[in-house]
Design a protein around this ligand. Structure first.
Ligand code: CO8
Length: 256
């Protein structure tokens, strides 16, 4: 059987490509496990500073695999804690960029939202169409989308199942950038190279601090951020970054 994902490395950036094109990269259990194991291994590798996750030209991912789920019973779903693998993917700390062409629907849109930000092609389409299947989002969509784009639009997408185009997704804040379709992966790789060129603790803690904004009150979040800021003064990245600025030279960060 062909690998369900392909991983290539370019310097300190890893590119993960979902590889079930015949099923529009529908996310079955095997793919979830392979992708999560790969992300965890890359997360533990100090030589990797950023990860790009992408699909094919036609689909980032058209959702959880409906053929795998269709016959399952509630007992089986509870017993397997179906979809819990994705919590491990979301918990990886390396900055992750979703590079999205084509459909990002259901679980595909949810996988995109588990990444730290998304760069989409002009032809990309987004949605949470689970309601059309008699279910609801199950990989965090109702929660992450509502935090990202607000209740009104999130309700609209979850209740009508309609698709949102790239221009609307950009306006809504669902994606960070929209570029021509053939520029999606190059743009995401360039952003990933930029991130991977910085001090690894700085990018990890920046990510952690921003994520905390979704969980904490403003006062708690500001205090959390300040503690992380203080902690970075124990890293070689802080010394190198600030000294390089004062010495008017380009910083050389190490994976510390
Ligand atoms: N699962 C399985 N197979 C899929 C999926 C999917 N999500 N999406 C597409 N495919 C397959 C099709 O069955 C088809 O296979 P085949 O060639 O063998 O017939 C192939 O991919 C190509 O798809 P289409 O022929 O349909 O291509 P079109 O260009 O005509 O349409 C669409 C593209 C609009 C993307 C269409 O495929 C579609 O609507 N797909 C389903 C989208 C969807 O509903 N996604 C949500 C899935 S549910 C989910 O993600 C979370 C569920 C939460 C459950 C909670 C449980 C705990």
């Amino acid at each position: 059987m062909a690998d369900l994902i392909q991983i290539t490395h370019e310097g300190r950036v890893a590119l993960i490509r979902l590889n079930r094109p015949q099923a529009l990269n529908a996310l079955n259990t095997a793919l979830a496990e392979e992708l999560t194991a790969a992300a965890e291994a890359l997360d533990a590798d100090k030589g990797v500073g950023a990860i790009v996750v992408t699909g094919s030209d036609r689909a980032f991912a058209a959702g959880a695999d409906i053929s795998e789920m269709a016959e399952k019973t509630a007992e089986e779903m509870v017993e397997a804690d179906f979809f819990s693998t994705w919590d491990r993917f979301a918990a990886t700390r390396t900055p992750k960029i979703a590079a999205v062409n084509g459909y990002a629907l259901g679980g595909g849109c949810e996988l995109m939202m588990m990444c730290d930000f998304a760069i989409a092609g002009e032809g990309a389409k987004f949605g949470q169409p689970e309601v059309k299947l008699g279910v609801i989002a199950g990989m965090g969509g109702t929660q992450r989308m509502t935090r990202l784009i607000g209740r009104a639009l999130s309700m609209d997408l979850h209740l009508t199942g309609r698709m949102m185009d790239a221009a609307e997704a950009l306006r809504a804040g669902l994606v960070a950038r929209v570029v021509p379709d053939d520029q999606v992966v190059p743009e995401a790789m360039a952003a990933a190279r930029q991130i991977a060129g910085y001090s690894r603790p700085a990018t990890r803690l920046a990510r952690e601090a921003v994520m905390r904004a979704e969980e904490l009150s403003l006062a708690e979040g500001v205090a959390w951020e300040r503690r992380l800021f203080h902690r970075l003064f124990g890293t070689s990245g802080q010394r190198e970054g600030m000294n390089a600025f004062l010495e008017k030279r380009k910083p050389e960060f190490h994976a510390d």
